[in-house]
Design a protein around this ligand. Sequence first.
Ligand code: MEV
Length: 338
Amino acid sequence: MTVCEAPGKVYLFGEHAVVYGEPAVPAAIERRATVTAEPREDDHVRVEAEDLSLDGFTVEYAGGTGDRPDVDVPRPLVEAAMGYVDAAVEQARDAADAPDAGFDITVESDIPLGAGLGSSAAVVVAGIDAATRALGEPLDRRELADRAYRAEFEVQDGQASRADTFCSTMGGAVRVEGDDCEPIDAPNLPFVVGFDGGAGDTGELVAGVRALREEHEFAADTVESVGDLVRAGEGLLADADPESDPEPALLAELGELMDFNHGLLAALGVSARSLDAMVWAARDAGAHGAKLTGAGGGGCIVALDESDATETALSFTQGCEEAFRAELATEGVRVVEP
Ligand code: MEV
């Protein structure tokens, strides 16, 4: 039995624009998906999922992955969860040259599903790592990140960047621009997350931005402007001391860019009333800046605040179901000793 866990992430800057080749800077956070893989004698895959914002379900299917289980939870969520596990198993079989390998898989996650915190990437990364290790063929991190990206790309119908999967694999803050992915130094930023209890449909949201961008030059310019602000943000991080607490001036400048980024994402149509309400609650509470994180449409915002004020304000904000401080996860995917 092999157990691996991989972190979720927040986007400091650059979601959506990263799909069109602009840079993005996500940062891994200490909320993890844990996947257990136990090889089987036959070629079946049995999946038990807990806490994927579902009531939990167990399914077993053979070989091909077209069949879908008859379970009493919302179908799109099951489809999403199953799709990512299927794709991870396929990547592991391919990497280990074991096309008929069967597994008992257990997924546990404290990352809300589809809420902008990289739940699917974490499941895929931990899943491929656990399954390849269980077959005695562990992958190096670059190959693991690449295969996790391919799995997400497939499930999301070609609408995925490398950002979520690379960040979950490596941990810490990373910079992604097209196929170019590198870990970067960043101080431990005081992230506060607000979660509206909902989820957005990443594929639909990405398709919406694509359509706007194709239709209007000003939407294409908006995407490019996101790239410009990400480059400005990267410059700030590069000048900061990663070992020290971030200076107030750095937080103020990063926060200003986050506010700007949220405005541009809203212009691209991916915010939501609940996300805007949480962003404004954070700003009113004195956060240095706040923005939605991930695909949007619902889910989470991330704010910068070293005091407790934002977390407290969010917990009293109508539409905010959960507010929490998110620590930077400096370690990416890792093996959990049983
Ligand atoms: C989703 O977490 C982030 C998007 O930029 C899509 C992607 O990068 O794959 C919206």
